[in-house]
Design a protein around this ligand. Structure first.
Ligand SMILES: [Zn+2]
Length: 385
């Protein structure tokens, strides 16, 4: 029988634990295996939230996560009354949002089983938000299961993580990602192999790249940047190009979604309704929504720039590999000629330094430095002889 856990690529080591917990949750006999607070950690793209959502499905499905029944389907699309998936639209999760969430989940589960809250970015909880959440997690006898996701355990406040069971996801192997893309997403073997390699096991990024020609061509432009930086003027231009491309890429996904959300909200208020009270209420709600959307798109642009910087870092990693004689292990084999020329021209310690500058820029972005300024500083550093 197929199971929601089948889709978790390269995570065999946690699937047994999750299945054990699901079984224990039915009998209620083994409290060791089933607990009501979990943290899923793993590098970006390892599928933290997919694992948490699969677990949520299995907990509420009558067949322990068949993937095909109504419960499983509605849990994964956000339509199940007992499963709530919290995706952060902004850069942080604030205490007001947690308080609101706690009021919503205070009710007993509607189907009599479990109520599951999946929090995709528990690392973005502000301290006061985390403290509010802590109270809920500590509450005894509750039927609510908390599934928190974060890059590492250190990203979660110690008070919270000490009360959670920890599951560490692995980065799936390139081979495993390739196979899933071929089998599940019907992507051609050549393309699947290419995107799996350049995405370094990040399955979401790999699929996105495979199915999106614009993103692939943007990537080619960005990967060429290091070889074209001759002057400061070119460095500033390169920074602008990178930010513009990341912005277009992010807008491409968000514009359509934003419009749909506004439309849905207006429908909820009765589109075309003329009562003054209704009109003011609707306008206010739309304004609120637009504010949220703006903050989400800021975050998407940042994520997209971060992805581009990661690609650049891989170019320098390849340069370093060539310099140490490990030419066969390079990732960007489609750029082999440029990489080899560059590697012979630039001393090894400079390549190391430039790779460090990229990682530093990523750290700056992570703490909300202005994207264009960060990229300009980086490109000037990369242009330096
Ligand atoms: Zn099911």
């Amino acid at each position: 029988m197929s199971s929601v856990f089948d889709d978790l690529v390269g995570q065999e080591h946690i699937i047994d634990i999750l299945k054990g917990a699901v079984a224990a949750s039915r009998t209620g006999s083994n409290s060791q295996e089933m607990t009501h607070a979990w943290v899923f950690t793993g590098p970006p793209g390892s599928g933290r939230s997919s694992a948490a959502i699969a677990f949520a499905q299995a907990l509420i499905c009558p067949n322990k996560g068949c993937g095909g029944c109504n419960e499983c389907q509605s849990a994964s699309t956000g339509g199940h009354p007992d499963v709530e998936v919290i995706r952060t639209e902004g850069l942080s999760i604030k205490v007001e949002e947690i308080r609101e969430l706690l009021t919503r989940v205070a009710w007993a589960p509607s189907m009599g089983g479990w109520r599951v809250v999946v929090m995709e970015d528990a690392d973005r909880l502000t301290e006061s938000a985390a403290n509010a959440l802590l109270k809920a997690i500590e509450e005894p006898g509750t039927r609510t299961v908390w599934l928190l996701c974060a890059p590492t355990l250190h990203d979660v406040l110690p008070t919270i993580r000490s009360r959670c069971r920890h599951l560490q996801l692995r980065t799936p192997s390139i081979e495993a990602v390739t196979q899933v893309l071929i089998k599940r997403d019907k992507i051609s073997p050549t393309m699947a192999d290419f995107v799996a390699r350049v995405s370094q096991g990040h399955i979401g990024r790999a699929r996105y790249l495979a199915t999106n020609e614009l993103v692939r061509s943007n990537r080619r432009v960005i990967m060429q940047l290091p070889f074209q930086l001759g002057s400061l003027a070119e460095a500033y231009l390169a920074a602008q190009t990178l930010v513009d491309m990341a912005t277009t890429e992010a807008n491409m996904t968000s514009n359509e979604r934003d419009e749909k959300e506004v439309e849905k909200l207006q429908e909820a208020y009765g589109k075309g309704a003329t009562g003054r009270g209704i009109a003011t209420g609707a306008a206010k709600a739309v304004k609120e929504l637009e504010k949220e959307q703006k903050s989400r798109s800021t975050r998407m642009v940042r994520d997209s720039i971060d992805g581009a910087l990661l690609d650049l870092a891989i170019v320098y990693r390849d340069v370093m590999l060539v310099q140490t004689g490990a030419t066969e292990s390079i990732i960007n084999s489609d750029m082999r000629a440029e990489i080899e020329t560059y590697a012979s021209r630039v001393p090894a310690h400079i390549a190391v330094h430039k790779m460090g500058a990229i990682l530093e820029a990523r750290n700056h972005l992570a703490i909300n430095a202005a994207p264009l300024v960060t990229c300009e500083a980086l490109m000037c550093e990369l242009a330096r002889k």
